[in-house]
Design a protein around this ligand. Structure first.
Ligand code: HEM
Length: 306
């Protein structure tokens, strides 16, 4: 059963949202998620992350293709709108300057030593897609990825494009772009909302009243969130956050490691303004004292001259 004791007569879309709320909160606060969402990962590290996602989506989407006749999966099977593997491949190719990126050293390195969390994620998806696996549970994985992409992904897109200086035409950020259908323009916020509502209705239609399946799907979705959290743990710390060893100051004082108070680049960039502001307040405070002292001196001088 899920993390919360629930009434399983509710639609599966409601149960999934409620049942995974805690898991979502955990993944949202993972340091890797924040680095990614703020576009703080080093460019090649971001590319490596896209490659990991490509392996995940390839396994997921192969499974969904294979089981598209499954009545639980059929109502939300709409590859022309949702499919992400190709978009990820285009982004990776754009960043690396070659559409054939599989032989690139970053990918070779990744394939040579698949991080354990990536192996666990891909293996789970492949297992569910086998004949012995429970293909209906792929719905939980599709829900976690696609609804996540249709939700927070849009804010991330702008940050990523800015951080890595991608052009405005969508190159480098195809992964975050959806189209409501073939030949349709890029989906905006209202189309995204409609897509999410359509997806929820499709899940509800596919799962129907099967309470045992609903419970299993909530459990599987919680697992999917944990597997995503696992991917974040494999990310290399961005340079700005690497100062976890004791810092020696000029005074000869050794400051113990400060785990969470490190400033992200943006705050570092704003630091000069803070310093300027401090200078201004120093001048205004002590400047007034000086003017006051000067005035007193002049008054005393006049008094002496009388
Ligand atoms: C920085 C990290 C993240 C932030 C700030 C974030 C933010 C959000 C927000 C604001 C929503 C609600 C959108 C709405 O109601 O329309 C949402 C929904 C969702 N997010 Fe995230 N998210 C993050 C990471 C993730 C990750 C890593 C995943 C999974 C891989 C994920 C999966 C989901 C899902 C499945 C939903 C839809 C919930 C539902 O309505 O059933 N999120 N997210």
């Amino acid at each position: 059963m899920g993390e919360v004791e629930e009434d399983f007569s509710q639609p599966v879309s409601v149960l999934l949202r409620k049942g995974t709320a805690k898991a979502h909160e955990n993944v949202e606060h993972a340091p890797g998620a924040a680095w990614l969402a703020r576009g703080e990962l080093e460019r090649f590290e971001y590319t490596r992350f896209l490659m990991m996602l490509w392996h995940v989506y390839s396994a997921l989407e192969e499974g969904l293709d294979k089981h598209k006749e499954n009545t639980v999966l059929a109502p939300t099977y709409r590859p022309e709108v949702l499919r992400r593997a190709e978009a990820l491949s285009l982004d990776i190719g754009y960043i690396l300057g070659t559409p054939d990126w599989s032989g690139h050293p970053i990918h070779k390195q990744l394939e040579k030593a698949f991080p354990q969390p990536l192996t666990a994620y891909v293996n789970r998806l492949r297992y569910l897609a086998t004949e012995d696996g429970e293909s209906s549970l792929l719905l939980a994985h599709a829900y976690v990825r696609y609804l996540g992409d249709l939700s927070g992904g849009q804010i991330i897109r702008r940050r990523i494009a800015k951080s890595y200086e991608f052009p405005k035409n969508g190159n480098g950020v195809r992964f975050y772009i959806f189209y409501a259908g073939k030949g349709e323009p890029e989906a905006g916020p209202s189309e995204m909302k409609e897509l999410k509502e359509w997806y929820r209705a499709g899940m509800d239609a596919g799962v129907g009243d099967d309470e045992k399946l609903k419970a299993a799907l909530v459990d599987e979705a919680i697992l999917a969130f944990k597997l995503n959290q696992g991917l974040f743990t494999t990310l290399r710390v961005p340079q700005w956050a690497e100062m976890s060893s004791p810092n020696e100051f000029d005074l000869g004082v050794s400051v113990p490691p400060t785990p969470v108070t490190l400033l992200p680049p943006e705050s570092v960039r704003t630091a000069p303004h803070i310093v300027k502001g401090q200078q201004a307040s120093f001048l205004s405070r002590y400047g007034l004292l000086l003017v006051g002292a000067l005035l007193l001196g002049i008054i005393e001088l006049f008094a002496l001259m009388k």
